[in-house]
Design a protein around this ligand. Structure first.
Ligand code: PEP
Length: 254
C-alpha cells in the first residue's frame, strides 16, 4: 500500500460549497485559504461556489493557484432551459472542473445515470474536466450491492464515451451514507471501491484521479490519503472552514 511504488498521480482536493455562503463570508474564507496556499505544491486545489459567486470567486482567486469548479451543469448546449447553466458558459468563466452526478442531485433532482452521462459529455465537449460522482446508499451497502451500484453508475458513462474519455476526467467515490453525516468510510472500505473503479477503467484506470468524498475532515484525511488508490478528496462541510480545508489540502500535498 505504498504510493511511492504506484503510478504517480497528482492529488486533488475539491471544495463543494453547495448552497452556502455570501459575498462577505466567501471573501473571508478565500482570503484565509489563498494566504495559506501560496507557492508551489504537489496537490491541486479547486473550489466550487454557487453560480452567483463565480465572478467574485474568480477575483478572489486571481493571485492563487486554486482554480474554479462548478457544482452542476446542464446536459444541453443552449436554449430554452430556464434556470440551467451550460458547459460553454462555465468555460467562458474560466471554470476548470465540473461535478456531475453528485448524490444530492441524483436524489433530489432525480438525475438518472443517462442524464449524468450526457452531462459528462457536455463538460468534455468544452474541454472542461468532469468530476463524476458515484456511490451507494446505506441500504445498498448493507445488502451487498455497493460494487454493483458503482459498476452501473460508471458503466452508464463508459458505454456512452468509452474508458479513454477518463483520461480527462476525475472520479469521486462518495458513499451516500457518508456524505454530510459525519460517518466516514474506513480507509480500507474506500480503498476497496477505488481499486474496483480503477480496474473497471482498464489501462486508463491507472492514470485517472479517484477522489474520496464523505465527511472528510482534518483528522481523517491523512489516513485516507495513504491508501494506494485514493488521490485526494471531494469535500462538502470541511471546505467552508479555512483551517479545516487548508489542513486537508496540506495532507494531500505529499
Ligand atoms: C459532498 O457533498 O460531496 C461531501 C463530501 O460532503 P461532506 O464532506 O460534508 O460529507
Amino acid at each position: 500500500m505504498n504510493k511511492a511504488n504506484n503510478t504517480k498521480r497528482r492529488q486533488l482536493v475539491v471544495g463543494n460549497w453547495k448552497m452556502n455562503g455570501n459575498q462577505r463570508t466567501n471573501a473571508e474564507l478565500l482570503a484565509k485559504v489563498v494566504a495559506g496556499w501560496q507557492g508551489k505544491h504537489n496537490a491541486d486545489v479547486a473550489v466550487c461556489p454557487p453560480f452567483p459567486y463565480f465572478q467574485h470567486t474568480l477575483e478572489l482567486l486571481a493571485s492563487s493557484s486554486i482554480v474554479l469548479g462548478a457544482q452542476s451543469v446542464s446536459e444541453y448546449e443552449s436554449g430554452a432551459y430556464t434556470g440551467e447553466v451550460s458547459a460553454r458558459m462555465l468555460a467562458d468563466w474560466q471554470c476548470r472542473y465540473v461535478i456531475v452526478g453528485h448524490n444530492e442531485r441524483r436524489r433530489m433532482q432525480q438525475e438518472s445515470d443517462t442524464q449524468v452521462a450526457q452531462k459528462f459529455v457536455a463538460v468534455q465537449r468544452e474541454q472542461l474536466v468532469p468530476i463524476l460522482c458515484v456511490g451507494e446508499s446505506l441500504e445498498q451497502r448493507e445488502t451487498g450491492q455497493a460494487l454493483a451500484v458503482i459498476h452501473r453508475q460508471l458503466n452508464a458513462v463508459v458505454e456512452s464515451v468509452g474508458c479513454d474519455a477518463f483520461e480527462h476526467a476525475v472520479v469521486a467515490y462518495e458513499p451516500v451514507w457518508a456524505v454530510g453525516t459525519g460517518k466516514t468510510a474506513t480507509p480500507q472500505q474506500a480503498q476497496e471501491v477505488h481499486h474496483f473503479i480503477r480496474e473497471l477503467l482498464g489501462d486508463v484506470g491507472q492514470r485517472v484521479r479517484i477522489l474520496y468524498g464523505g465527511s472528510v475532515k482534518a483528522n481523517n484525511a491523512a489516513q485516507l490519503f495513504t491508501m494506494t488508490d485514493i488521490d485526494g478528496a471531494l469535500l462538502g462541510g470541511a471546505s467552508l472552514d479555512a483551517e479545516e480545508f487548508l489542513s486537508i489540502c496540506r495532507a494531500a500535498d505529499i
